[in-house]
Structures are given as C-alpha cells and as structure tokens.
Design a protein around this ligand. Structure first.
Ligand code: DI6
Ligand code: FE
Length: 402
C-alpha cells in the first residue's frame, strides 16, 4: 500500500533554489517516490489515503527533503586521539605530530589491534549519531589498516554497518592514506603493493565502490597518486582524491583527468584545478569540520568555484584526527558561517551534489522514480536548518520508504 505525505513544503532539490513546492504532497510506494506536487492536484486514486491511520503522514506545515548524504567520512577506526588534541592546544601542529609518529599512524596502530567486533561497535555509535540527524547514506573510507588484511577488515565493518543499520553505506578504499611503518622510506614499494595486491583483492571481495588517495606533502605525491588511479581505472573503479588540503599539489587536475567523482578539502585549490574540475564535472567536497578543528585560515576558493560552475558538496570528514564530528547539519551551518555558502548551496551539498560525489543517481532529490529516502523537519523554510544549531529539528526519517 502506498504512503501519502501531505500538509508540508517539499524541498525537491530540482534547481538552485531547491525546487520548493508549498502546500504539497508526495506519495511513495515500496521504496520509490511515485508522485509529488501541489496537494490540491493530488490524483484521485490516492485521496483516500488521507483517511488511513497507518499510511498517511501529516507534515503539519513542516519541510520534507531528501534524507541527507554524508559523502566523505573515515567512520571506522580504533582508539582515540584526544591526547593529540590536547598537544595541539599546547601549540604543537598537526604535521609535527604526524612527523613524530602520531597522527594517522597512531590510529593505524589502534585499528590494527582492534577486532572487527570492536570496530563495528564504535563505528555503529558514530553512524547512529549521523542517522539521528537525518542522514540516510554514508560514504566510509578505509585507510587506517594500511595492509591487505587490515584494510579489508575496515571495509568489511563498513559493509556490515550498511547491512545492519537503516543506512546505505558506500565504501572507498583509501589504502594510500599514509605510509605504514613497515614501508618506511619505501613509498614507491607501498604504492606497488596497493596496486598489485590490495586493490585486486578488494575488488575480488566486492568491498570497495571507489578509490581515494591522500595526495599531500605528508601523504603521497601526484605521480604516486597517478599510479593508484591507473590501477583503479583498470579494475573499473571510480576515483576521488584528498586534494589541496594543506598545500597545492595540483591533485585536483589529476583526479579530473580521470573524470573522478570528487576532489575533497581543496583549501589550496588553484584556478587551473578549478577549470579542470568544471570541465570534468568533478564535485568539490568541502569539509568545514576539518578546517575548523585544525584552525586553518586558508579558505577554499568558494567564489571562484561558484563562478566556474563547479558543483559543491559538504561532508563531516568524520575521523579521529582532524574532524571528530558526527553532525552533518552542523557542517551545513559551518559551510555558511565559515565558507560563506548560501543555505541553498549547503542543502544541495548534502543532498543532490553529495549523491553526485558518490556516483549515485537514485537518491538526493525528490523526483518520481527516486528512492524514498526522506527527512521531515520541523521548520517551514530550508535556511532554518543552516541557521540554528543545537536543537534537532528532524521529526522523522524514511530509509527506502521505511
Ligand atoms: N585528511 C584528513 O583530514 C584526514 N585524512 C586526510 O587525508 C585526517 C585523518 C587523521 O588525521 O586521522
Ligand atoms: Fe578525509
């Protein structure tokens, strides 16, 4: 039996103004949207649903949007980095902590030591926090295992979250996140191990939907990134990139040359990178939580990306080192306050453009035929979600119609 949603405003995400429809209704059947429009135009076949106690949702004048999509997280890890947070507050910077064997590598040690069950339990808590704020789809990267067994372990935990929680999980292999200690001074050998061993095994087990690299002076070079991308492409996997976070490595134009799904972070993005991304329709994923938590001062070039017509998304980057944050509406708020996003851009950034950054075409918009991944908010205008912070205005969320 179909379900009717009515007495609400729809934020369809159809256009730059979010395609708002006032006094609207929406009908879904099974896991799909089958009709939407002005309530006055509701086809007669569904009008009787208004009397159904079980298949009618009265929105009470609220806002119905696509459920939110967090398109960049590192949600599965062991241990905590609260100690490094404290060190940073005593003046040590992120790169110095990494150089002294802390940073990503300290999480690698803890993640390798953790069992799958332990990783699942901590990641589940984080995923549930996101879900409670209206999220229906989470991208999860590996990158704290850095060996075949431990990368696969992380990705299996990610897949299990998708199987056991009411959320869609999209996985990304980020074996090229940091150099593991056993490959010290042998970065090229580690890249070869990724290309020849980790990538094919991950594909064989169906554990990754995309491949990512940390292209940075404390990560991997542009040339090494290129080798991983070529191997990913040969195996049919789409690519994305941690690009231009702490310095300009011209990674954005590299990922664009592979028609990559997204380039992420982008504080140091150049005009050349912007032009390449615009031409390839590669999404810019901006991560205000990491910018905020690291107390960065170099802003990503939002205005120039906007002018070039680059689609922009926003995500939590949830990770233990640079963004221990599990609240996507807060990222929308920060994209507006810190990056001067418009509220419309913030909404598109966690719905339609976030779906694009994951290569998903069946979610992120309210449209006939799309999945019924829906969020009902106690607010009459979309900007209210970006404006306030601290009260959860989510009334209810539907995941594939449930
Ligand atoms: N950039 C980041 O902000 C995270 N990874 C990356 O490549 C940081 C990950 C961490 O510090 O644990
Ligand atoms: Fe990240």
């Amino acid at each position: 039996m179909p379900t009717l949603f009515h007495n609400l405003t729809l934020a369809t995400m159809r256009d730059a103004d979010l395609g708002l429809i006032n006094q609207a209704a929406l009908v879904c059947e099974h896991d799909r949207i089958v009709w939407l429009g002005k309530e006055a135009n509701l086809p007669v076949q569904w009008q009787a649903l208004k009397k159904s106690p079980t298949h009618c949702v009265n929105g009470n004048g609220g806002l119905l949007s696509p459920a939110l999509i967090d398109c960049h997280t590192h949600l599965v890890w062991g241990g905590s980095r609260a100690n490094e947070f404290k060190q940073r507050l005593h003046g040590v910077n992120y790169e110095a902590i990494a150089a002294a064997g802390g940073g990503i590598i300290s999480t690698v040690r803890a993640t390798r030591a953790a069992t799958e069950a332990e990783l699942f339990a901590s990641a589940k808590e984080r995923a549930e926090a996101l879900i409670a704020q209206g999220v229906s789809c989470i991208e999860i990267k590996s990158g704290y295992g850095l060996s075949l067994d431990h990368e696969l372990k992380q990705l299996r935990v990610a897949r299990k979250l998708g199987a056991e929680l009411p959320v869609r999980v999209v996985t990304t292999l980020l074996a090229a996140h940091a150099l593991p200690p056993e490959y010290k001074d042998r970065a090229d050998d580690y890249i070869a191990y990724i290309c020849d061993t980790i990538l094919p095994a991950t594909v064989a087990e169906g554990l990754a939907d995309a491949v990512d690299v940390f292209c940075e002076n404390i990560g991997f070079s542009r040339e090494q990134t290129d080798r991983v991308f070529a191997a990913a492409q040969a195996l049919g996997l789409p690519v994305k990139l941690h690009a231009e976070q702490l310095s300009d490595q011209d990674g954005a134009s590299l990922v664009a040359s592979y028609k990559g799904l997204s380039a992420d972070h982008l504080e140091y993005l150049s005009d050349q990178g912007i032009a390449a991304m615009a031409a390839a329709n590669t999404v810019a994923v901006l991560l205000p939580g990491a910018y905020y938590f690291l107390r960065e001062t170099k802003l990503p070039p939002i205005e120039r990306m906007r002018a070039a017509g680059v689609n922009m998304a926003i995500a939590t980057d949830a990770n233990p080192g640079t963004s221990p944050i599990f609240n996507l509406p807060l990222m929308m708020h920060m994209a507006c306050t810190l990056f001067r996003f418009t509220p419309e851009e913030a909404w598109l950034g966690t719905t339609k453009h976030a779906a694009q950054a994951l290569g998903l075409t069946d979610t992120g918009e309210l449209k006939v035929g799309m999945r019924a991944d829906l969020a009902l908010w106690q607010m009459s205008t979309p900007e209210e979600l970006c404006y306030e912070f601290g009260i959860n205005r989510l009334v209810k969320r539907w995941f594939a119609g449930n």
